[in-house]
Design a protein around this ligand. Structure first.
Ligand code: SF4
Length: 349
């Protein structure tokens, strides 16, 4: 850890467990499921709406997005797609900060989400007021925040980045001799430091899903599957990252699953990504990295409890009711737009 890192623990209360969320979701017969899907497709057309879904959401939602001209992707590509698509309503299936990012970039569009309760431990663990005070202690630092933050935190930042371009942006800032403050994911922060050689001030947040991956149990699984490639998201603990063949964003991991010669992969990220990986590499085998083992709690069991809140039932409901609209205060939005659009401009050049 960097000498300049600061231990700052924001207690997170009331984190739901994936198993509890899933046991409360409606269960449909095959025929009911087909009817729901058909109705959602009809409603999307009727409402001039497009569905943008994250890789970590339910497979049915990913399939509907693909079938109806929408998009399935990581948070960077979700933001870029929503920005260029002509639909007047964006339905964002994912977690709260993704809907807010869509609104920040598209203030003229109606942005709806299947649920407004779906949040993220990184967002929860980085409250705007405390974060702003933290930044005030480092006035000469460039503030770089991960996309998994609230609109208010983005408004306080100089840069917003996703995991797919974080390393490039930090390298770019280092070339300009900038001092860097990073928030909120400590594991991704440390990984960026390791790759770039940066010495950053790091906010101590974590993803409750990726933090559960266990290095020792992973080592045992690797012994059972010595021919497997290891794909790891950089929000995972350093000991898990250290054994990876590829460390990268969800999009980078899907690309690696397709392009690497391995026939089998152990994957340390949310297991709903397997939908896309199997689509891209249908003859390969994908195994979940263990969240069990020493010190394990398996609260998430490799699936984000907030992503799990998105289902056919609330997607259909929001299309019927028009509720769950995302609003962002205009002053906050304009400030957050500056730091977020900077990321899109950086990617474009
Ligand atoms: S998987 Fe982790 S980073 Fe992604 S939304 Fe869930 S808690 Fe947040």
């Amino acid at each position: 850890m960097s000498d300049t890192s600061i231990e700052f623990a924001v207690p997170l209360k009331g984190i739901p467990e994936t198993a509890v969320i899933q046991s409360n979701l409606p269960v449909y017969t095959p025929q009911q499921r087909e009817e729901k899907i058909a109705n959602i497709k009809r409603l999307l057309k009727q409402e001039n709406a497009v569905l943008v879904a994250h890789y970590y959401t339910n497979e049915d939602l990913q399939m509907i997005a693909e079938d109806t001209g929408g998009y399935v992707s990581d948070s960077l590509e979700m933001a870029r797609f929503g920005n260029r698509h002509p639909a007047t309503t964006l339905i964002v299936a994912g977690v709260r900060f993704m809907g807010e990012t869509a609104k920040i970039l598209n203030p003229e569009k109606r942005v709806l989400m299947p649920t407004l309760e779906a949040t993220c431990s990184l967002d929860l663990g980085c409250p705007a007021k405390e974060f702003s005070e933290f930044c005030d202690r480092y006035p000469d630092h460039e503030v770089v925040v991960y996309a998994n933050t609230s609109a208010e935190v983005k408004a306080r930042a100089d840069w917003v980045v996703t995991s797919s371009i974080a390393v490039k942006v930090v390298s770019h800032l280092m070339d300009q001799d900038k001092k860097i403050l990073w928030a909120p994911d400590r594991h991704l922060g440390r990984y960026i430091e390791k790759v770039t050689g940066a010495d950053m001030v790091i906010w101590q947040g974590a993803c409750i899903v990726h933090e559960e991956f266990k290095a020792r149990a992973l080592g045992e699984l690797m012994e059972q599957h010595p021919d497997a490639g290891i794909l790891v998201h950089p929000e995972s603990p350093a000991a898990v990252i250290d054994v990876a063949d590829v460390v990268g964003s969800t999009t980078a991991l899907i690309k690696a699953a397709k392009e690497l010669p391995h026939k089998k992969f152990i994957v340390a990220t949310d297991n709903r990504i397997f939908y896309k990986m199997k689509q891209e590499a249908p003859n390969k085998i994908f195994i979940e990295a263990p969240t069990a083992g020493e010190g394990a709690t398996c609260k998430s069991c490799a699936h984000c409890p907030w992503m799990a809140m998105n289902g056919l039932h609330n997607l259909e409901a929001v299309l019927v009711s028009g509720e769950n609209e995302i609003f962002v205060d205009e002053d906050i939005r304009q400030k957050a737009y500056r730091s977020t659009s900077r990321m899109l401009d950086f990617v474009a050049h």
